[in-house]
Design a protein around this ligand. Structure first.
Ligand code: SDX
Length: 434
């Protein structure tokens, strides 16, 4: 634990002479944490925090979020600066290694990724086991998890070289796996990765290209793809990252852990929200229907949510949403899409919601998913692929957080406790007496 205990917080148990003095640990920025590890020994109590909204599960140096100020830092660098000046592979190096690469280091890293983009030929047959209409995230879960059956040479998670090669393999192969999931759905031949293309270009080539003709990567789309990948690369201890850490804490191999992260990301409350936003906008259909939709969202008996709004941490505008909103305008303009009805509807929905007491009182602002679907649709991606693209980007964040956990000397198997409110002990009742 890099924090230092300069201060303490003391809890006393009503009706007893018991108290527990807990070290208050300071990080470099952000709120201090009370180290509660001895609370059960001192007071015989657990803490209760469903959804872990007030629980620091680990000591991390990778990503910092200030939800009130709308700040996002990757290894200390503001997301706005990385979005403007960097590229995805440089950000991937930063997340994995903690520092921006020197030019020669970046070249080496790019070579490492480029030379692991191909899949074992037998992995192709995994796709044939799926229905053609399988959701790409189902395919991603299956094929990424299956990678552990192909790389017996790098499953010792305590060997730094094994961790390093697994990171290269996962970062390099997930775009191929995702692109092939789409090709399988549309019945087109798989496109093999090309070593002469950059990371985002290669993905676009494998996704949109066909063997029948040359595919020229549109630089506008490539830059937009790279930007989207930067913005989705990591995000502190979100649900899927926490899933990867928990799976990794048991000693499971990195491929299985990343597959678990993909499964967790799929949920509409998390990475599946970008797909859900497009469905929501399609259901609303027209600006005139916004008031009725928002009335449904505010109706306690209704379970409608304003998808793409709200966040467990951001109680201000998600900085990534601001960047993507601007990119939407740029990309649509550069693609010659004068006015995109979906974007117009989203902008109007945002304007109305941000002035509506229900959302203002609950500090509900657009998050990264509110605009990402619009730009991805404009770039020609089917809605069903949106979360798979999120998974492609987030893989480097997951693997960075996984490696940090493995290297953490305080790392233990994750095993939360509970408050039990079920039946007290009772005896078995034979069937005839029930
Ligand atoms: C991502 O964690 C991360 O970092 C995730 C992520 C990442 O990069 O990894 O940022 C990616 O997952 C972004 C979030 C994408 N999800 C959505 O857009 C789905 C819609 N959002 C909600 O489901 C919700 O806002 C969550 C899941 C994101 C957050 O859930 P919380 O923390 O449980 O919500 P909350 O406690 O802040 O809610 C406070 C109130 C509640 O109402 P009351 O009980 O107080 O009356 O706001 C309501 C909620 O019901 N509320 C919403 C709402 N989100 C919260 N009401 C309507 N629409 C919404 N979107």
């Amino acid at each position: 634990m890099s924090g230092t205990a300069k201060r303490t917080v003391t809890l006393t148990l009503d009706g007893s002479n018991k108290s527990s003095t807990l070290p208050l640990l300071d990080g470099t920025i952000g709120p201090p944490v009370a180290d509660i590890r001895k609370i059960y020994g001192d007071l015989g109590i657990f803490t209760y925090d469903p959804g872990y909204g007030a629980t620091a599960a680990c000591d991390s140096k990778i990503t910092y979020i200030d939800g009130d100020q709308g700040v996002l830092l990757y290894r200390g660098y503001p997301i706005e600066q990385l979005a403007e000046h960097s590229n995805f592979l440089e950000v991937a190096y930063l997340l994995l290694n903690g520092e921006l690469p020197k030019p020669a280091e970046l070249v080496e890293f790019q070579k490492g990724v480029t030379h692991h983009t191909m899949l074992h030929e037998q992995l192709r047959s995994f796709y044939n086991g799926f229905r053609r209409d399988a959701h790409p995230m189902a395919v991603m879960c299956g094929v990424v998890g299956a990678l552990s059956a192909f790389y017996h040479d790098s499953l010792n998670i305590y060997d730094p070289d094994h961790r390093r090669i697994s990171a290269f393999r996962l970062i390099a192969k997930v775009p191929t796996i995702a692109a092939w999931a789409h090709k399988y759905t549309v019945g087109q031949p798989f496109m093999y990765p090309r070593n002469d293309l950059g990371y985002a270009e290669n993905f676009l080539y494998m996704f949109h290209g066909v063997p029948a003709e040359e595919y020229k990567v549109n630089p506008i789309l490539a830059r937009a793809m790279d930007l989207i990948m930067i913005l989705h690369a990591d995000h502190e201890q979100n649900a899927s990252t926490s899933t990867v850490r928990l799976a990794g804490s048991t000693g499971a191999n990195p491929f299985a852990c990343i597959a678990a992260g993909i499964a967790s990301l799929w949920g509409p409350a998390h990475g599946g929200a970008n797909e859900a936003v497009l469905k929501m906008l399609a259901e609303i259909g027209h600006v005139k229907n916004i008031p009725a939709f928002l009335a449904d969202v505010k109706d306690r008996n209704n379970h409608a949510k304003l998808m793409g709004f709200g966040h467990r941490v951001y109680k201000n505008y998600d900085p990534r949403a601001k960047i993507i909103q601007k990119a939407c305008h740029d990309v649509l303009g550069e693609l010659g899409i004068k006015d995109d009805p979906l974007l117009d509807l989203a902008l109007e929905l945002e304007k109305i919601a941000l002035n509506d007491k229900y959302f203002v009182d609950r500090k509900l602002y657009p998050n990264v998913d509110f605009y990402s679907g619009i730009i991805l649709k404009a770039m020609g991606f089917p809605t069903s692929m949106f979360t798979a693209l999120f998974a492609v980007s987030r893989t480097v964040g997951w693997i960075s957080q996984w490696a940090e956990m493995i290297e953490d000397p305080e790392q233990r198997i994750g095993r939360p406790r509970q408050i039990y409110t079920g039946p007290t002990q009772r005896d078995y009742i034979p069937p005839g007496q029930r």
